[in-house]
Design a protein around this ligand. Structure first.
Ligand code: CMP
Length: 147
């Protein structure tokens, strides 16, 4: 069904000038970019977004990384948007992505397990939460069932 997901180009992606290339890949893959926002996350916002990882040892590094420069946050829409976007970005570890999924976005612009260039919601419920987190006025989840 028609879905929406949250995509983000992380600080390394934006500063590495990958935004236009990634947006071309997104449009080429038949996603509609419903909303986009270039923003600099502060510590509180980055911590709240990644709340589920707050007990992990890498959490402080993750917050430092995610606040190191602007990010491009997007709401993407298409049929099966959540899993299709996850498929397009590839595995979390960009080093592994370069070997197992060489055409994925993380293989293209990511560096390693942390600096992996892009984010994608991992489920429809995460997508709903994450879209609301950044865009309080946007309809999230299964679009068709809400009209
Ligand atoms: P993402 O899956 O988008 O959201 C959580 C992020 O935490 C992940 O991308 C990486 O940027 C980072 N991350 C996940 N696991 C690790 C790890 N083991 N070490 C460092 N960073 C990590």
């Amino acid at each position: 069904s028609l879905e929406r997901t949250l995509a983000m180009i992380k600080p390394d992606g934006v500063s590495g000038n990958y935004s236009d290339l990634i947006k071309r890949i997104i449009v080429e893959a038949s996603f509609n970019i419903v909303k986009e926002m270039l923003t600099l996350l502060d510590e509180q916002t980055a911590s709240a977004f990644y709340l589920e990882h707050s007990s992990r040892t890498f959490f402080p590094h993750l917050v430092t990384y995610m606040t190191s420069g602007p990010v491009l946050v997007m709401v993407l829409e298409k049929r099966n948007a959540v899993s299709d976007w996850r498929g397009l970005i590839g595995p979390t570890d960009a080093q592994k992505a370069k070997i197992s999924h060489p055409h994925s976005i993380r293989a293209l612009c990511g560096k390693d397990l942390q600096r992996n260039c892009v984010h994608g919601s991992d489920s429809t419920s995460s997508a709903e939460r994450e879209i609301k987190f950044f865009f309080k006025d946007v309809v999230s989840g299964d679009v068709a069932s809400q009209h």
